[in-house]
Design a protein around this ligand. Structure first.
Ligand SMILES: CC(=O)SCCNC(=O)CCNC(=O)[C@H](O)C(C)(C)COP(=O)(O)OP(=O)(O)OC[C@H]1O[C@@H](n2cnc3c(N)ncnc32)[C@H](O)[C@@H]1OP(=O)(O)O
Ligand SMILES: O=C([O-])CC(=O)C(=O)O
Length: 379
């Protein structure tokens, strides 16, 4: 067997063959199943895009309606899951609550009939349907309220926003939110997708696969950066302070949250779309002082780090959109997870067809033949 060179973070090492999505990082190009993200953001919606990612083709009208109906039907969660979530500490992070609740779905639905297309479809539908309900339920319950039941007359995104607030959302806000989900749905072999694939490769159940991916997405170097961006803008506090803050952070070799990407060496195309969406919202409802700070931060980072290929990524502007929709900051990453479930499931399904357990190797750099030292002789 050929011995490959060790690459920290597996940079540039192909871990699979996939038809799900494609990124050209130097051109700022992202395609889902060959369709450019700009086109999907303008013309599709999240559930249709999820179908495209998972089954490989845009659905016909009948297929889409059937899929939407199935997802709508499965939005409710078992009262035992709700009761379990009620016991979670209200100070806990919603990503931890989501990871635990996603894993708990396996207690009810895990059959591991992985060679049965009906089971695969059921799992896909259940996960897409129930994850938003669980995110909204935790938000309500940690504030001492009962969860709001899903509403069958509302579409996927409107229903989620409704479950968060018990108010029917403004149609434009719901449409913007749905585009955000589409933008976050998939991104080749990122850390959480890889984690999902490693877990899936043992042929465990899909709820364990998604729980493992949620845990991976939570970290600040990955999906968790969207929450950190708002903390940073908060700390900067004014447009005038943006330059000194960023210059000092760079001098101290700190990472600027919402910037940099393993694959993109130009501005992430999704950041451009999200910035646009934020501007449209501000035009309609009035601006956000954090936006002006963000624009100045981006200008300074590009000036100082553009030569290293460090530009705004998907996490930089998403929080400004969510903030404007009245969504609490610590729900930004769970919302990322609601969307990325589509990509995780697409890779899970793709991998099942050709599965081989992930089991890489290592370069051992430790000792050999060391004698056991009795405890009383250790310092
Ligand atoms: C959905 C997503 O996951 S998008 C990414 C979200 N994460 C963030 O926004 C967190 C901030 N960004 C980062 O930490 C990184 O850019 C990552 C994790 C996204 C990519 O990491 P890697 O590809 O491993 O790049 P790595 O961390 O090795 O950085 C390479 C160089 O760029 C610098 N760099 C990378 N990102 C940043 C940043 N955000 N701010 C300042 N410098 C940065 C590093 O310091 C390093 O510089 P050096 O070569 O002089 O030492
Ligand atoms: O691809 C990556 O490394 C990070 C990611 O998930 C994304 O950008 O959406």
């Amino acid at each position: 067997m050929a011995v490959c060179e060790y690459k920290p973070g597996l940079e540039g090492i192909p871990a699979t063959r996939s038809e799900v999505s494609y990124v050209d990082g130097s051109q700022g190009l992202l395609e889902y199943r060959g369709i450019r993200i700009e086109e999907l953001a303008a013309k599709s919606n999240f559930l249709e895009t999820a179908y495209l990612l998972i089954w490989g083709e845009l659905p016909s009208k009948t297929e889409l309606e059937k899929f939407q109906d199935e997802v709508r039907y499965h939005r409710r969660i078992k009262y035992r899951i709700r009761d379990m979530m009620k016991c979670f500490p209200e100070t806990g992070h919603p990503m931890d609550a989501l990871q635990a609740s996603a894993a708990a779905l396996g207690l009810f639905y895990s059959r591991r009939a992985l060679d049965n297309p009906e089971y695969i479809r059921e799992a896909v539908v259940r996960l897409l349907a129930k994850i938003p309900t669980m995110v909204a339920a935790f938000q309500l319950m940690r504030n001492g309220n009962d969860p709001v039941q899903p509403r069958d007359d509302l579409d996927y995104s409107s229903n989620f926003l409704y479950m968060l607030t018990e108010q029917e959302p403004d149609p434009f806000a719901a449409q913007v939110f749905d585009v955000c989900l589409t933008l976050h749905a998939e991104h080749t072999i990122n850390a959480s997708t890889f984690s999902a694939m490693v877990t899936a490769s043992t042929l465990t159940d899909p709820y364990a696969v998604i729980a493992s991916a949620v845990g991976t997405l939570a970290g600040p170097l990955h999906g968790g950066a969207n929450e950190e961006v708002i903390a940073m803008l908060d700390e900067i506090g004014s447009v005038e302070n943006a330059r000194p803050f960023i210059e000092s952070a760079i001098a101290q070799k700190q990472k600027i949250m919402g910037f940099g990407h393993r694959v993109y060496t130009v501005k992430d195309p999704r950041a451009t779309i999200l910035q646009n969406l934020a501007e449209q919202l501000f035009e309609k409802n009035g601006s956000d002082p954090y936006y002006d700070i963000a624009v100045e931060v981006e200008k300074v980072v590009e000036e100082k780090l553009g030569h290293k290929g460090i530009y705004a990524n998907v996490d930089f502007y998403s929080g400004l959109v969510y903030r404007h929709l009245g969504i609490p900051t610590d729900l930004f990453t769970p919302i990322f997870a609601i969307a990325r479930v589509a990509g995780w499931l697409a890779h899970w399904k793709e991998q099942l067809a050709v599965n081989r357990i992930f089991r890489p190797t290592q370069e051992y750099v430790g000792n050999h033949g060391v004698s056991y030292l009795p405890i009383e002789k250790r310092s």
